[in-house]
Write a protein that binds this ligand. Structure first.
Ligand code: XXG
Ligand code: FE2
Ligand code: CA
Length: 334
């Protein structure tokens, strides 16, 4: 058990994923979703949304096997990077310091850890600023992605994930719970939205999806329409729809490597100090789609493998609870 103070996390900041074909990945993430390219070479693409004033929120790294390289949280001060190092060392977790210039382009001094859930996580403060594109409407296209919103992680033990993120100072906006208050899923935040991170029960550690925000629901619908027009509808996995949890309007897509991304808009403010957790029953058919539409089984079962600090695959454990096995009317999965 760590007795060191937790770092002050500002927000979920970026993810670095491994893709096996940069041309195909560029088509999906840049041409179709509307990410802006901040930097590219033969090995990588550094992308950001229209509203982001920092160097990147998504790094696509070329590699042999699709995987999550790491997720990254921005912390408030340079001292919080030291705090993160002490905090995870105190937990007995693998920790590696990554000096500026040796890690991800644009990012300053950072620390990478394998957290208690088995995920590769970076904590950094410094990152290069980027040109303001907020009112460059002329550059917008596709889903007009505005910013990275959240990471969704598959983990077998949701209470353990909840406890770890509580210890990092995260609030909990919503949960899905069973009759005995068994925790099936939880949404947790540092920035003043529904979440920076959420947990889906399943074999893990695996990355379930990256959630990227647009401003309006019409951008979500337009994105789905464009995939249809191009006969690329097989990239659409779930939605468009309205979530019960978060109230967000959503669409889940799979990229050419199978990485899942959610186009997400219109959740709500959670910044008041007495903000209360909203608890959904696992038996409420509206929890994952407010209109009671079916959740496709691949959404519960398929996810991206994650890498350790040495670049090898992290071992996976099976889930303790299986939400997809619960009898839920419209799901048809009971
Ligand atoms: O961001 C999200 C999600 O975690 O992707 C899923 C908000 C809500 C939901 S859910 O399917 O529970 O409505
Ligand atoms: Fe999500
Ligand atoms: Ca489909």
């Amino acid at each position: 058990m760590s007795t060191s103070a937790a770092p002050d996390v500002v927000r979920s900041a970026y993810a670095q994923i491994v893709v096996t074909d940069l041309v195909k990945a560029r088509w999906f993430w840049v041409d179709m979703l509307g990410f802006h390219v901040q930097y590219e070479d033969e090995q990588s693409l550094y992308l950001r949304g229209t509203d982001e004033l920092t160097h990147h929120s998504l790094v696509l790294r070329l590699g042999g096997t699709a995987a999550l390289d790491h997720i990254a949280y921005r912390v408030r001060t340079p001292e919080d990077v030291d705090r993160a190092e002490k905090f995870f060392a105190g937990l007995g977790r693998p920790v590696r310091r990554v000096p500026a210039g040796e890690g991800t382009r644009g990012v300053g001094d950072a620390v990478r850890v394998i957290d208690p859930l088995g995920f590769p996580v970076e904590f950094f403060h410094e990152i290069e600023r980027a040109e303001r594109l907020i009112q460059r409407y002329d550059l917008r296209h596709g889903a007009e992605v505005a910013r990275m919103d959240h990471f969704n992680l598959c983990t077998p033990d949701i209470p353990a994930a909840y406890a770890h993120y509580k210890s990092l100072g995260f609030g909990c906006s919503e949960t899905i719970e069973g009759d005995e208050h068994e925790l099936y899923a939880a949404w947790m935040y540092r920035k003043q939205t529904v979440h920076d991170v959420a947990f889906t029960g399943g074999a893990g550690p695996r990355l379930h999806h990256l959630g990227v925000a647009t401003h309006e629901s019409h951008q979500v619908l337009r994105c789905a329409d464009i995939f249809g027009s191009l006969r690329k509808e097989h990239h659409i996995e779930r939605g468009p729809g309205r979530h019960g949890v978060s109230n967000a309007f959503y669409l889940y897509l799979r990229d050419p490597d199978g990485h899942r991304v959610e186009i997400y808009t219109s959740d709500y403010y959670t910044g008041d100090p007495d903000h209360e957790t909203y608890r959904w029953s696992v038996h409420d058919d509206r929890r994952r789609d407010f209109w009671g539409n079916a959740v496709i089984e691949s959404w519960y079962k398929e996810a991206t493998p994650v890498l350790g600090l040495d670049g090898g695959p992290q071992p996976v454990s099976n889930a303790l609870l299986d939400e997809s096995a619960i009898q839920v009317g419209a799901d048809g999965l009971g």
